[in-house]
Design a protein around this ligand. Structure first.
Ligand code: ADP
Ligand code: MG
Length: 241
């Protein structure tokens, strides 16, 4: 890796700095006079290199929490630290850096662009990073290799199985070499064998040091996690056995 960047906020791969530290985090939505308290005081620390799943009923606040972990939104009150960056006091530029470099996102619906090839979809994940053409090609090849799709780079999503499409989406998320991968129901649209395919990719990435936070309804996924959290009506509990 050739990353010449030593900003003060950069936690590098320092395992002593937790990937996340949340204290008293609330998120309240106001819509047409209605108030929804999506998160009601979440305190949680997520260690660097951990594999954490978040389960819980629909409407419990899982996606809201993931948005905060991805620096896509800010809490109503409380504190979210991503590595050494505090969301509340971060500049717009810091937040852009976190989104462009530190965090990768994977969704249930893959969200691939059907007219682009797998390699072009993966390259989309590098758009904010502003790399040279050569470096971009290298990162795309590296990411596709990580998900065992080196031989499918020129296929369009419609020519791939659901499991392969989700692996392309994972490649798009990891091409920027993020510290954390956030996934919202990544196996929700997949049958069992494809789910196992995604699980082994995720486990391999985690073994290489990537921190994983995975929202899932699938207890087979949760069983593989090192740590299991439950989020119900905006309140988090650790349910690791
Ligand atoms: P989950 O992902 O666990 O199903 P969400 O985080 O999506 O839960 O939603 C938590 C609560 O916040 C729900 O009551 C939902 O309707 C509400 N909510 C989520 N996003 C918004 C929004 N942008 N505006 C208003 N209410 C929202
Ligand atoms: Mg959700």
């Amino acid at each position: 890796m050739t990353m010449i960047d030593n900003t003060v906020e950069d936690a590098g791969a320092d395992p002593a700095v937790p990937a996340y530290r949340l204290a008293g985090v609330t998120k309240t939505y106001r819509q047409k006079g209605r108030v929804v308290r999506a998160l009601r005081g979440v305190d949680v620390e997520i260690a660097t290199g951990d594999f954490v799943t978040i389960q819980g009923p629909t409407g419990g606040g899982k996606s809201t929490l993931l948005q905060l972990l991805g620096a896509l939104d800010t809490p109503t009150s409380g504190n979210v630290r991503i590595g050494r960056t505090d969301l509340a006091s971060a500049s717009v530029k810091d937040l852009e850096r976190v989104r462009a470099r530190d965090v990768g996102f994977v969704f249930q619906a893959f969200n691939l662009i059907p007219t682009l090839t797998a390699a072009e979809n993966v390259a989309m994940g590098l758009e904010p990073a502003r790399l040279s053409g050569a470096e971009r090609r290298e990162r795309v090849a590296e990411a596709l290799a990580h998900v065992d799709l080196s031989d499918r780079g020129d296929h369009r999503p419609g020519e791939l199985s659901g499991g392969q499409q989700q692996r392309v989406a994972i490649a798009r998320a990891i091409a920027k070499r993020p510290r954390v991968l956030l996934a919202d129901e990544p196996t929700g649209n997949l049958d069992e064998s494809m789910r196992d395919e995604i699980l082994s990719v995720l486990e391999r990435l985690n073994a290489e040091g990537l921190t994983l936070v995975v929202v899932t309804h699938d207890s087979a996924v949760a069983r593989r996690a090192r740590r299991r959290l439950r989020l119900d009506r905006g309140t988090i509990t650790d349910v690791t056995r």
